[in-house]
Design a protein around this ligand. Structure first.
Ligand code: EPU
Length: 429
């Protein structure tokens, strides 16, 4: 659990070559797992990434009483029985923000749910007021005792018009799932538009739901009966954050890298920013190739502002900031979604970067600066991967502790990167 990764940095050389395949999306599969609670029959989900967060979600569902069969590393068959527990296991929910996804389908199908305040706080405060307000609009009573919330509804949830003050991804998804079994019509306004939401709606619609507008800021759901997969198999979309992280790594240390089975359209904001910085790439269908067969000019700094989709994803902000330490000039990184998501920059500075924190939402990156290998500790999933990228560019050896965070989001990362030629090893502690 407390494994470490040891990386021998490439000291700025572009030396990695080969093909890397993008896994199924963590933030899509987690939602499909939650959605299985809306089904009367079993649901088969394939291309599920073999990562810690999925294991936790599987444990959470199993603890409620769902039956989960793992057909192979990437395929699950999940069935919800007629009766299950509706109290989310404290130990798991407290460590995983996405446990909140389950509250919509549980409340809609079984009429009650109780759960602790979900998730850790490394990204700053992560309130759940949008969820609580929305479900009370749908007719649920909401109570808080100590740190446990409980919600109940007599009969069915009722459709409501919910305006979300912020475009919350998981709130949009859990309301959408609840709306599928609610009485009447639910309208979600100022809804988030991430591709994972479109995928979830498409999957539910194929199985009998009536959802319109997913991918726009207004989603309308006509409530109905339990869904049925009818034996159809759902394939998880490619992980856009993983694809984007590999693209950044390829731009920095790739000699000739092809990233395959990705959806380039989902990372357009990153592609535009990298191209503006001088990165050259070839995009063909579902693959992106980065190579140095053509002579590259030194990279230029670019400003980055995170934004809801299709803007620059907050989940790629840390890897992009590491990229900007290798570009010429000054770049401003403006993190607009989460408050505590720039704290990792201190560790990158300890490797030799020149990043100034302006305020909790903005840093100024001065480059280019060579980086030195260091002993680091992964603070969260995405910053953990950013450390790995920094360690790959650096001169000398880096050790990244707390690899558990990287394992939460990325499957067998050391195997996949060492196949490209990176000297990376896992040490079990
Ligand atoms: N917010 C509130 N009240 C709420 C809910 C959200 O104020 O009740 C605020 C948040 O504090 C934040 C903003 O709304 O400032 C947007 O957060 P959002 O709710 O969209 O985040 P999330 O749904 O909890 C998902 C992803 C995150 C990703 C964000 C933003 C999943 C499981 N998680 O989180 O992914 O960073 O959207 O795109 O889909 C990750 O994968 O590492 C990760 C953190």
């Amino acid at each position: 659990m407390n494994d470490a990764l040891v990386i021998e940095g490439l000291a700025g050389k572009r030396a990695l070559s080969g093909t890397i395949t993008v896994s199924g999306a963590k933030n899509a599969a987690l939602k499909t797992f939650a959605a299985t609670l809306l089904f009367k029959d079993s649901v088969t989900i394939e291309n599920v990434p073999d990562i810690e967060d999925i294991k936790r979600m599987a444990d959470l569902l199993g603890d409620l009483g769902a039956s989960l069969e793992r057909k192979n590393h990437h395929t699950y068959i999940i069935k919800t029985p007629e009766k299950i527990r509706t109290e989310l296991a404290n130990s798991i929910s407290k460590r995983m923000r996405s446990s909140i996804l389950l509250i919509g389908p549980l409340l809609a199908r079984f009429g009650s749910v109780s759960f602790p305040h979900p998730g850790g706080c490394v990204l700053g405060e992560r309130p759940i007021d949008i969820f609580l307000n929305g479900f009370s609009q749908m007719g649920a009573s909401v109570k808080k005792k100590g740190s446990t919330y409980s919600m109940k509804v007599s009969g069915r949830l009722k459709g409501a018009e919910i305006f979300m003050k912020l475009q919350s991804v998981t709130a949009t998804e859990t309301f959408m799932m609840a709306g599928v079994l609610a009485k009447g019509t639910t309208v979600l306004k100022n809804a988030a538009t991430e591709p994972e939401i479109i995928e979830l709606a498409a999957f539910l619609n194929v199985c009998g739901a009536k959802i319109e507008g997913a991918g726009t800021h207004t989603i309308t759901i006509q409530g109905g009966n339990l869904l049925s997969s009818g034996g159809k198999v759902h394939r998880t979309m490619p992980d856009r954050i993983e694809a984007g992280s590999f693209l950044i790594l390829a731009a920095l240390v790739g000699k000739d890298i092809t990233i395959k089975e990705c959806e380039p359209k989902h990372i357009e904001a990153l592609i535009v920013a990298l191209r503006a910085a001088g990165v050259q790439m070839e995009i063909k269908g579902s693959s992106i190739r980065v190579h140095t067969l053509i002579k590259w000019k030194p990279f230029r700094g670019v400003n980055v502002k995170t934004h809801e989709y299709p803007g620059f994803p907050t989940d790629l902000q840390a890897p992009m900031t590491v990229f900007l330490t290798q570009t010429k000039g000054e770049s401003l990184v403006f993190e607009t979604i989460f408050e505590g998501r720039l704290n990792y920059t201190e560790a990158i500075n300890s490797m030799g970067a020149d990043i100034t924190m302006m305020d909790p939402h903005r840093v100024l990156v001065h480059g280019p600066t060579p980086l030195r290998g260091k002993k680091l500790e992964s603070p969260d999933i995405r910053a953990g991967l950013a450390f790995l990228i920094a360690a790959s560019i650096a001169k000398g050896r880096s050790t990244i502790d707390n690899v558990y965070y990287i394992d939460r989001g990325y499957e067998r990362i050391e195997e996949r990167l060492s196949a490209l030629g990176l000297n990376i090893k896992r040490i079990q502690k």
